[in-house]
Ligand binder design. Sequence first.
Ligand SMILES: Cc1ncc(COP(=O)(O)O)c(C=O)c1O
Length: 370
Amino acid sequence: MIPADRLATVELSLIRQINALATPLSINLGIGEPNVEPDERLREMARAAITTSWHYSPNAGHLSLRKKLCENTPYDAKSEVCVTAGTQEGLFSIFTAFVNPGDEVLVPNPGFLVYATLARICGATVVTYDMEPPSWQIDLAQLERRITPRTKLIIVNSPSNPLGSVTDAATLQHIANLGPLVVSDEVYREIWYDAPPASMSGMSDNVLVLSGLSKSHAMTGLRLGWIHAREALMKTIVTAHQYVATCASVVSQALAESIFSDPEWNAQWLNGIRAQFATQREAALYAIEHELEFEIAKPAGAFYAFAAIPACDSISLAKTLATDAAVLVIPGVAFGSHGEGFMRISYAAPVEQITAGIERIGRWLRANNR
Ligand SMILES: Cc1ncc(COP(=O)(O)O)c(C=O)c1O
């Protein structure tokens, strides 16, 4: 059986390969999902959600949920929002809707590896723009230089996976006005520390904003996301989404609607998870400074620390740490060539595990004179 050409260069991600090395004794700091369990109120909302209708919803999602998602946004609930089976499916639908073979897609480097993969699946050329250390900000001049008449999409991800950095509103506005369509992946937008990150919502008619409940409500397995975009773009997206997913799970849609119908509980939930991640971030930064002996810029959002490693190739180091030190971290190069020399440490883990995991890395590096 010969796989389709579009998958010829697509492999299981390095994240999967590293996770496959886990044993029961491993400490997993490679995780991309919140270490948060639903509280009793969220479970109660989920129990109620399962009792609602199980039939198909409209392709774009139930109008009652779309109305909630459009509150306090410049988008129209009837024509400018589509509920998706997670942000990932939203990305797939957007790429399917707009990207042709031969197009160019501008993606952050380092950045979430799915963007480049989806571009390749569509036969497009991946063009990267660098995120610059130590604060991991966008080099706007470089990004602009890389735009050509063939640039179909510019992908922006703030807060960033894997960097934890946040892009300021002025930079986002500048990108919104550059000309090509801009996909703003805001799935980590509710996970912030000192100040809420800016959204690209409404910044121009070219912008498509993606978000979802996977990270903010630890609902990774319930697959609920959404896209906001102007009507002219949304029509094509909904057509693509129809053939990818038909509609998002109606149970997850009902749960999302309950969440947004209880703003008091929601605000308290979000404050709770921000406080938990703030504690975990402090533990990670303290251990990185004391065990690995370097300081990194404080991540302003999400739950990742992108830490420099001693001069060596980050894939072998991550594999060796997994097998010899029983700690899983993701090699920076998994997120693009500019990530070489770094590793992504996820602090979506209990404080004891964060501390013990980073201690194990430090001990292994010292024992091996790194
Ligand atoms: C930057 C980014 N975008 C999108 C996703 C996909 O999230 P979802 O569970 O909503 O599909 C992830 C998941 O790790 C992510 O890190």
